[in-house]
Design a binder for this molecule. Structure first.
Ligand code: ADP
Length: 169
């Protein structure tokens, strides 16, 4: 059974085993959560991402997939990088968003991470509506068979926090 916990704050401060990065497919950094993780986590994370690009993902990590690095100077042990879909009004990309949560939990299981912090994937620069993003996040975690005992959704602002509170109830 996975316990779901909601907190409002900055995901880079979490001391869960793993924190999930809302990355982009380049794996080479960006804004939002991604920028904050690399800023606070130091150069080690980017160095590992560059290695992943060189060795495993020459064309980048596709949306819906996830891969882990160490967490550099962060308190967490690992960062799980996942690439959310850009929201579209003409194409339903829900399966890709759901895959981000599932794949991140699968990678967490591989690592042996039992506590994992997630941001609200795709709901920033990638434009996914927060209420729907929150429902899909909560429902997917509930429906996924995983050894992770605690999923902590770390929501940056009050609006996102309320959306997740509604989705949980
Ligand atoms: P995406 O490109 O997947 O939309 P973003 O990083 O732009 O990713 O935003 C994802 C969500 O994370 C948004 O709801 C945004 O408000 C939130 N966010 C931004 N910075 C942080 C942070 N440091 N900690 C937690 N959440 C954050």
């Amino acid at each position: 059974m996975t316990e779901i916990v909601l907190v409002q704050g900055d995901i880079t401060s979490e001391s869960t085993d793993a924190i999930v990065n809302a990355a982009n497919s380049s794996l080479l950094g960006g804004g939002g959560v991604d920028g904050a993780i690399h800023r606070r986590g130091g150069p080690q994370i980017l160095a590992e991402c560059k290695q992943l690009r060189a060795n495993t993902y020459p064309d980048g990590l596709a949306a819906g997939h996830a891969v882990a690095t160490t967490a550099g100077d962060l308190e967490a042990r690992w960062v799980i990088h996942t690439v959310g879909p850009v929201h579209s009004t003409t194409e339903d990309r829900s399966a890709t968003l759901i895959s981000c949560y599932r794949e991140s939990l699968r990678v967490a299981d591989e690592l042996g991470a039992t506590t994992v912090a997630f941001p609200a994937i795709s709901t920033g620069v990638y434009g996914w509506p927060i209420d729907d993003g929150a429902r899909k996040a909560v429902h997917t975690v509930r429906a996924t068979d995983t050894d992770v005992t605690e999923v902590r959704f770390v929501l940056f602002d009050g609006r996102a926090y309320r959306a997740f509170t509604d989705a949980l109830s």
